[in-house]
Each structure stands twice: as C-alpha cells, then as structure tokens.
Ligand binder design. Sequence first.
Ligand SMILES: *[C@@H]1O[C@H](CO)[C@@H](O)[C@H](O)[C@H]1NC(C)=O
Length: 224
Amino acid sequence: MKLGLVLFATVAALVAAVHGASPCGPVLLPDLNKAFPAGASKTYCDKGGEGAPVSECATNRDAVIGIDAGIKAYKVTRRGEVVASIAWMLFESGGWKYNINHTPGTIGQGTRCMMMWEFISEYAQSLFPDEYKKLMGASAAKPETATDAVKTSVIKLVLTNNISFSAAFWFLVNKAPTYHNNNAKLRDGNLEDFKEYVTKGIVTTWTAEREKLWNDVNKAIVFS
Ligand SMILES: *[C@@H]1O[C@H](CO)[C@@H](O)[C@H](O)[C@H]1NC(C)=O
C-alpha cells in the first residue's frame, strides 16, 4: 500500500515534468478570440485600417495560422515568449489591420511586428536568399543603401500571412536571443519581464496599450 502510493507519486511527478518540458501550443482560435474579440468577427476586415487597404487586414482565423507557423519554424516553446510575441504583434499591426507602416509611411518597415528595414532585409535574406540577391542588386552588400523602390520590392517577400506573422518569432530567436529559452527572461505570466523585452530586447517605447494587450493575451492563451 505504502509502496503503491510512493510509486503513484513518482509517476505523477514524472508525467508533470515531461508535460512541462514538452513544446507548448498550438495557439487555439477560441483562445485568440478571447484575447482579441474584435478580430473574431467574420466582418472584421470589411473595413481596413485608416489609410491602409482592406487587403492588409487579417482576422484571428488568419492570425492563428501564421502564429502557429512562426512557433513551429523558430521552435519557440515557452509560453512567456509566445504571449509576448502575440501581444507585440497585436500592438504593432493595429489589431492585424496593418502589414506595413502607414504612419508616417516609413518605406521598408513592416510585417505584423513592424520591423524596421534593417531587420526586414535580414529576415527576407534568411528565407529567400536567391530572390533577395536578385532584388537587392548592388545594395545586397550594404542594405542601408537600398533605394525605396528596392525596399518596397524586398519587403513584399515577407508580407504573406505565415511569414509576416512569424517575424516576431524570428526576431526573438535571432535578434534578441537573450530572451529566448532563458529561464530568467520572459517568464510565464510576468508583466515586468515583458516590459523589459519591449524596452531592451525590441528596443521600443513602453505604453499602457501594450500592457493592456499583454494582459488580454496572457489571460486568454492556454497551451494544451
Ligand atoms: C502556413 O502555416 C501552416 C501551419 O504551420 C501550414 O500548415 C500551412 O501550410 C502554411 N501555409 C502556407 C501558405 O505556407
């Protein structure tokens, strides 16, 4: 009897340990709908963002597919990293309504996390090296010298749904690696960790809206 109990406890602990280490996800549509109810509506994209074509808008149904693609492609397994990435994208894309920068209209800035040209250039090169080389021409060696026309053509490589929604995960893993798979960073459910990632990892300004979106996502997203 006693041995049975000990065995039971051991097995339970083992199951919990394995479960904790397993990759999390996918993010489920009903959870994303809870986090961002507006994007759940089928008619959400009938109207686009101000100054942006309707075609740039995505519903939660599109978003969840792209988010899943990003999680898989960059092997992100910690809930804190996923919640941070979704909250970041929700903010930057104006609730999935923007895929490139419209205000003030910075050429070469885009994806759902609105990366600047310097990162767009690297991201596009990592995924489409041949097309990148062709489009960049002489500026491939010095991306900062690319003309507006070149930037506009290169960014199109990374604006399709899956790739645009994966950019936040690419950035985390490749451009802010301190925050990836680090048990002292982006801890699950930790707002202060997210704030640090925003200001020191992404290197952008902290706002009350970012906090609200992170809270909404953090409350709603459950991993199986
Ligand atoms: C997008 O990603 C999903 C999930 O990883 C995948 O099943 C789907 O085939 C991808 N779609 C495209 C167009 O690449």
